[in-house]
Design a binder for this molecule. Structure first.
Ligand code: AMP
Ligand code: FE
Ligand code: FE
Ligand code: ZN
Length: 283
């Protein structure tokens, strides 16, 4: 069993990377990818847990990117696997995004504080040191303050992109990021390309253009896709010669997603491993 998309408390998951490896073992996974948002900071801790847990580790990142279609920006999450974490251009872009996320979170809290009993300190209390900050941490502070009952409710209401408290943040272009990941020896895969509940999704024309830029695959089996989405993504992947992956997008207790609830075919992982500059770390 292979799960290629999970988050730890190094971004907006709730478990430490070591604990996440234990959760992977308990769920019977053979291979897990740690793909925290815009960071590689959890890789070493997860790597240190490989032999103890018996779970192989794919080192990855879910990179926040943006593509402009018909004059408006669409947020696109790009999974990048097995790339050189010291590649200067990629390191600089990830740092820029993390800084922008921090400033954006502060601005959102300023706006939220006009109407709700929440402070920046409340958010810091919900965030591990050095973590890539995101709306889930704001949601946790709002839950702790009694403003909403859950992360889910926060995202459906005051943290929604349509809410007056929402602030966007800088993210690099999707095409540029695909090329940068390939240049860093990595394997780029579009995360949940048809997850429409989060906002607008990319067109098939954009996916085709990204394939020309070096995109390697599409994450089709994901809980935010219905059966029709998954079937269509398989057709698009077949047309463009892209790999198809499946994964849980596990966030610990921060989301309903159960680790291993969707998985990737071993032949697809072998292809990813063959293209990536880093090794899969095996027990
Ligand atoms: P941000 O990147 O800061 O705009 O926040 C988006 C992140 O919030 C995504 O990575 C999701 O993992 C997470 N997220 C989105 N919707 C929900 C939800 N309903 N409950 C918990 N987490 C969510
Ligand atoms: Fe997340
Ligand atoms: Fe995502
Ligand atoms: Zn994710």
């Amino acid at each position: 069993m292979i799960d290629l998309h999970t988050h730890s408390c190094v971004s907006d998951g709730t478990e430490t990377p070591a604990r996440l490896m234990e959760s992977a073992a308990a769920a019977g996974l053979d291979v897990v990818a740690l793909t925290d948002h815009d960071t590689t900071a959890g890789w070493d801790e997860a790597a240190a847990a490989v032999s103890r847990t018996g779970v192989a580790l794919v080192r990855g990142t879910e990179i926040s990117t943006r593509v402009v279609e018909a004059g408006s920006a669409i947020s696109v999450h790009l999974l990048a696997y097995l790339y050189d974490p010291a590649h200067p251009a990629l390191v600089a872009e990830l740092q820029r995004t993390r800084t922008a996320r921090y400033e954006r979170a502060r601005r959102m809290v300023d706006l939220l504080a006009q109407d709700h009993p929440v402070t920046w300190d409340d958010v810091v209390a919900q965030t591990h040191d050095g973590a890539t900050i995101g709306r889930p941490h704001l949601a946790d502070a709002l839950v702790a303050a009694g403003v909403v009952a859950s992360r889910d409710e926060a995202f459906a209401t005051i943290l929604h992109p349509g809410a007056r408290y929402y602030v966007p943040h800088y993210a690099p272009g999707t095409a540029e990021t695909v090329r940068a990941v390939v240049a860093a020896g990595g394997v780029p895969v579009l995360a949940h390309p048809r997850a429409g509940k989060r906002g607008r999704v990319v067109s098939e024309g954009t996916i085709a253009a990204l394939a020309d830029d070096g995109l390697a695959g599409l994450e089709a089996d994901h809980r935010d896709h219905d059966d029709a989405d998954r079937a269509r993504l398989r057709e698009v992947a077949a047309d463009l010669g892209l790999l198809v992956t499946g994964a849980s997008d596990y966030h610990g207790a921060g989301k309903l997603n159960r680790i291993g609830e969707h998985t990737t075919d071993p032949a697809v992982l072998a292809e990813i491993a063959g293209r990536g500059r880093l090794e899969i770390l095996s027990p």
